[in-house]
Design a protein around this ligand. Structure first.
Ligand SMILES: Cc1cc2nc3c(=O)[nH]c(=O)nc-3n(C[C@H](O)[C@H](O)[C@H](O)COP(=O)(O)O)c2cc1C
Length: 216
C-alpha cells in the first residue's frame, strides 16, 4: 500500500517525468527551492531500494551563496549549473553506514514491517557480512545503491516541476574535505544540480533496445 501525501508535487504523469527529463545546464537563478520542499524531494529519493535496505546514500545540499562559492572552484567545467541552479546536491556514500543497521532493523520491527525473529535472523547474518566485506566490495555495493537514489532524486525533481543535471565533472578528491566531511568515510558519487530551467536541455540519442538487450 502506498499513499501520496505530497504538499509540493506538480505531476504524477510518468511520461512527462521520464521522457520529459533532460540534463539542464542553465537555470533561472531567481527560482529557489524551500528546505521544506527539498526535504520532501530527498525523502522521495530515499524510497529507492538498496542492498539489504542499508540506504548508504548521503546528501549534501548546497543551497546558499556561501556554499556555492565553495563548490564552484571544484566544478570548473560545470559553472553554469552550480551558479544558476537553486541547489547542487552532492550525493555521497557513507562507508560506515553499518552503524545504522541496528536502527534500520529495529525500526522495521517497531513499525510492524518485520517480525522480531526475522530481524534477529537478518541482523545475525547481515552485520558480520557488512563488517567483513573488503572496502572495494563495500564501495561497489554502496555505489549501486546511491546510483539508484540519485536517479530517483532526479525523477522526484521532475515530479516537483524542476530540472536536474547529474554531474561527474568535479574534484572528487576535494569535495568532502571542502565541506568539512571525513573523506574516507563519505565518498562522492555525483553532483546533481536542481532548479527551473532557463534553457531547455538538448534531446539526446538512445541506443536501440536491440543493441542493449539480450533475450534468453
Ligand atoms: C554520472 C554522470 C555524470 C555526468 N557528468 C556530467 C558533467 O560533468 N557535465 C554535464 O554537463 N553533464 C554530465 N552528465 C549528463 C550527461 O551528459 C547526460 O545525462 C547524457 O548526455 C544524456 O542526456 P540527458 O540526461 O539529457 O538524457 C553526466 C551524467 C551522468 C549520469
Amino acid at each position: 500500500m502506498s499513499t501520496i501525501e505530497s504538499k509540493f508535487q506538480k505531476t504524477n504523469d510518468f511520461n512527462e517525468i521520464t521522457y520529459g527529463r533532460r540534463s539542464v545546464k542553465l537555470y533561472d537563478p531567481e527560482v529557489k527551492i524551500s528546505r521544506e520542499e527539498m526535504t520532501e524531494i530527498l525523502a522521495e529519493a530515499s524510497r529507492a531500494p538498496s542492498s539489504v535496505n542499508m540506504q548508504p546514500w548521503r546528501f549534501l545540499v548546497v543551497d546558499t551563496p556561501e556554499g556555492k562559492e565553495k563548490l564552484a572552484p571544484l566544478a570548473k567545467f560545470n559553472q553554469n549549473q552550480v551558479l544558476t541552479s537553486a541547489a547542487v546536491i552532492g550525493v555521497f556514500i557513507d562507508m560506515n553506514n553499518v552503524e545504522h543497521l541496528e536502527e534500520i532493523f529495529s525500526k522495521a520491527v517497531e513499525h510492524g514491517f518485520m517480525p522480531q525473529d526475522v530481524k534477529d535472523q537478518q541482523v545475525k547474518f547481515v552485520k558480520p557480512y557488512y563488517d567483513n566485506m573488503p572496502a572495494a566490495a563495500l564501495r561497489d555495493v554502496n555505489l549501486i545503491d546511491a546510483g539508484l537514489a540519485s536517479m530517483q532524486l532526479m525523477l522526484a525533481a521532475r515530479a516537483h516541476g524542476y530540472d536536474t543535471n547529474p554531474i561527474g565533472g568535479y574534484e572528487k578528491d576535494q569535495i568532502a574535505e571542502t565541506f568539512g566531511m571525513d573523506k574516507e568515510r563519505y565518498q562522492p558519487v555525483m553532483l546533481i544540480s536542481i532548479g527551473k530551467s532557463a534553457k531547455e536541455g538538448h534531446p539526446s540519442y538512445r541506443l536501440p533496445v536491440d543493441t542493449i538487450t539480450t533475450w534468453a
